[in-house]
Design a protein around this ligand. Structure first.
Ligand SMILES: Nc1nc2c([nH]c(=O)n2[C@@H]2O[C@H](COP(=O)(O)OP(=O)(O)OP(=O)(O)O)[C@@H](O)[C@H]2O)c(=O)[nH]1
Length: 141
């Protein structure tokens, strides 16, 4: 019998923010120097030890955009197998009190009408988030 060593896959939990403002949604372009260079994402990042999803989201958005987000709702979690690890995106619908952001990581941000979101080159994991966001908007209307 052949023995197969099945290594445990690293599961990385990534809270991210679908930030709504005046009917538009914020998309962030990843830095050219990071993984998935110049692709688009919802701002956020990996959970640190001991943090809740919400705490990590607040910290990451403060670090990346210098703004305090308020969570309005939560979208379903979606996971993406990246080979050596699995990314679990935990998307929250958020709002902000100001759009005077200071970008510390992103190349640029864009405010888009929801229907225009698919026009950007998103990281693969985000395609499910966008679909779930559309379902959320439909359920709300
Ligand atoms: N914030 C965020 N991360 C996403 C999205 N979609 C997606 O695949 N990710 C992935 O989730 C990870 C988030 O990591 P991070 O923002 O804390 O840090 P990082 O880019 O340096 O991570 P990495 O070098 O491990 O890839 C990245 O690998 C990123 O590509 C998204 O919509 N928002």
């Amino acid at each position: 019998m052949i023995e197969v060593l099945v290594s445990e896959k690293l599961v990385v939990r990534v809270p991210c923010a679908v930030i709504e403002h005046n009917g538009k949604v914020l998309a962030g372009q990843r830095s050219a120097a990071l993984s998935f260079p110049l692709q688009w994402e919802f701002p956020g990042g990996k959970l640190e030890k001991g943090e809740t999803d919400e705490q990590a989201l607040f910290r990451e958005i403060m670090e990346e955009l210098n703004v305090a987000v308020q969570i309005i709702d939560k979208l379903p979690e979606t996971s993406k197998d990246q080979g050596w690890r699995e990314i679990v995106l935990v998307p929250f619908i958020c709002k902000v009190n100001t759009t005077d952001f200071i970008l510390t990581e992103h190349e640029q941000i864009l405010w888009l009408d929801p229907e225009d979101l698919p026009s950007l080159d998103w990281t693969e994991a985000d395609l499910n988030v966008i679909q779930n966001y559309y379902d959320y908007l439909t359920a709300k209307s």
